[in-house]
Design a binder for this molecule. Structure first.
Ligand code: FES
Ligand SMILES: [Fe+2]
Length: 329
């Protein structure tokens, strides 16, 4: 008998807010199937403009709304017998019945739209959030050019993607940068990391600082305060598909400039640099193992800091939670 080895011994899912799409990619009257956390949801936007997420299963006879259903008014209509359900999961219409059964409900999930992104709140119990979607400091989307978006499905745990940001030696080995110096600051459950580094490009040495703001496992962002050119932000959203893979969404926002050419060039440069490093990491990410007790040296200290921060969001009931040691950095 073949025993399948589990790649990660940390819980695959966490509690919190997760980006499930972009606002301008879901018009009124449209729906999408979402495959996250090992299950299926339907995301739709009613004619009132409000986005909603429901469990993608009709309580009547089990059809999936996202497999041939449609939006009617502010409800999603099941393809099988045309029962309709609003954004709160209540049945609003049965075309062939005079009354609606009390149990004709499906579970709805809390949705928030901010900065041009659509987020859902998720926890194991499927209950409403006890806190709002955290906001981003000093960022007004009106001042920024339209988002440039990227979406990747990767066989990895989200913790490994976030860990990569503080894995200083890999920047030299994989990306050809200098080995960055990380400075950590935490406030409540959030973490800020300043990273100073340099890279040889175009025959010169470019020095830069990255400021990471780790909000929760589903969402973090980075900006580049010392970079020449207009201010820019990269939003990074990680949402599990199942126990083996995640969808990683990246959104680049560059501040508008006059002339527009400056923000255009900055945008092209950041995109090029971002995609280059991303593909360099990707091959290693998809094949690496997760070591609960890695053998670390003095230059690796930030990795365990990141794991310890991440652990606060993991629910041991959703899988084994590791006992981590904090190593001096
Ligand atoms: S299964 Fe959905 S309306 Fe019958
Ligand atoms: Fe990397």
């Amino acid at each position: 008998m073949t025993v399948k080895k589990q790649r990660y011994d940390i819980p695959p899912y966490s509690e919190g807010w997760f980006q499930v799409g972009w606002s301008d990619q879901l018009a009124r009257g449209e729906l999408r199937q979402l495959n996250h956390f090992g299950r299926t949801y339907v995301l739709f936007r009613g004619m009132n403009g409000k986005a909603a997420i429901l469990d993608d299963i009709c309580p009547h006879l089990g059809a999936h709304f996202s497999e041939g259903g449609c939006v009617k008014g502010n409800s999603v209509r099941c393809p099988y017998h045309h029962w309709a359900f609003d954004g709160a999961g209540a049945c609003t219409n049965i075309p062939y019945s005079k009354s609606i059964p009390v149990k004709a409900k499906t579970r709805s999930h809390t949705v928030a739209e901010r900065y041009g992104m659509i987020f859902m709140y998720r926890n194991k119990a499927g209950t409403a959030p006890t806190y709002e979607l955290p906001s981003i400091d000093n960022f007004d989307p009106e001042d920024y050019s339209r988002p440039k978006t990227f979406e990747f499905k990767i066989n990895i745990h989200g913790q490994d993607i976030m860990e990569n940001s503080v894995d200083s030696p890999h920047f030299a080995a994989v990306h050809g940068h200098s080995m960055p110096v990380n400075t950590f600051r935490s406030e409540g459950s959030e973490l800020w990391i300043s990273q100073d580094a340099s890279v040889r490009r175009f025959g010169t040495t470019l020095k830069f600082r990255l400021e990471f703001h780790m909000i929760e496992p589903g969402f973090h962002y980075v900006h580049f305060p010392d970079m020449p050119g207009p201010p820019s932000h990269v939003f990074s959203s990680i949402v599990p598909v199942d126990e083996t893979s995640v969808i990683h969404r990246l959104t680049l926002r560059v501040k508008k400039t006059r002339p527009k050419l400056v923000s255009h060039i900055a945008r092209r440069f950041i995109m090029w640099q971002m995609m280059r490093t991303y593909h360099e990491d990707m091959q290693i990410w998809e094949t690496k193992e997760y070591l609960k007790h890695p053998v670390l040296c003095d230059g690796d200290g930030s990795i365990m800091k990141l794991r310890n921060w991440y652990r606060q969001f993991l629910d041991p009931e959703e899988g084994e939670s590791p006992k981590l040691r904090v190593l001096p950095s």
